[in-house]
Design a protein around this ligand. Structure first.
Ligand SMILES: CC(C)(COP(=O)(O)OP(=O)(O)OC[C@H]1O[C@@H](n2cnc3c(N)ncnc32)[C@H](O)[C@@H]1OP(=O)(O)O)[C@@H](O)C(=O)NCCC(=O)NCCS
Length: 156
């Protein structure tokens, strides 16, 4: 497997990533809300700007020099030293090759070693068994099911 790294997202990487983006039905609780993704440069720029915040780190998941996904450490609570991980790979071509697992491991290391977090949370819609499997594989513990979501937590 080609090496995966995390890189702080830039406007340019965000544009490159979203040019070939596909929304994944697995993350929709209500499939009436699912729509195939349509690239629009201005919308991506607005999205990128909207994610810049002291309570969030937005990463591009890189395969070599190519962005293949997005990973966020968000809802960073600097006092409680907790945050929430979310991840979405670019499209089906890059899923199922171990890249998501590798990226989550790197994100946990970054959260604990670089951000000084004590715990990382994650949640998935109930039907998203692939994401649940990967979270458990990298060491998240299942906490509870509530409001259509399964909640996970990794405590250092
Ligand atoms: C979830 C996601 C990040 C996982 O990354 P990935 O690179 O596709 O996953 P990996 O190849 O690292 O690992 C997939 C694992 O899930 C298993 N798997 C695949 N489909 C599965 C399913 N339907 N149910 C349970 N496990 C499944 C694979 O066998 C593999 O496990 P193994 O290594 O023990 O054999 C990626 O698929 C993705 O971006 N999906 C769309 C967005 C999403 O669901 N994000 C999470 C929101 S909470």
């Amino acid at each position: 497997m080609e090496e995966i790294s995390l890189c702080i997202m830039t406007r340019e990487l965000c544009q490159e990533l979203y040019r070939d983006w596909q929304n994944d039905p697995a993350i929709y609780m209500d499939m009436d809300k699912f729509e195939p993704y349509q690239y629009n440069e201005a919308v991506v720029d607005r999205y990128f700007i909207s994610k810049q915040s002291p309570s969030r780190v937005l990463f591009a998941i890189m395969k070599g020099s190519t962005p293949i996904g997005e990973l966020q450490l968000k809802q960073i609570d600097w006092e409680c030293k907790e945050c929430t991980l979310s991840i979405h790979l670019q499209n089906d071509a890059v899923k199922g090759h171990g890249y998501g697992t590798a990226a989550e491991k790197l994100a946990l290391k970054y959260a604990f070693d670089t951000l000084g977090m004590n715990a990382v949370n994650a949640d998935t819609v109930i039907k998203n068994t692939r994401s649940q499997h990967v979270l458990e594989k990298v060491g998240f513990k299942y906490i509870e099911e509530k409001g259509g979501f399964k909640y996970y937590r990794f405590v250092r």
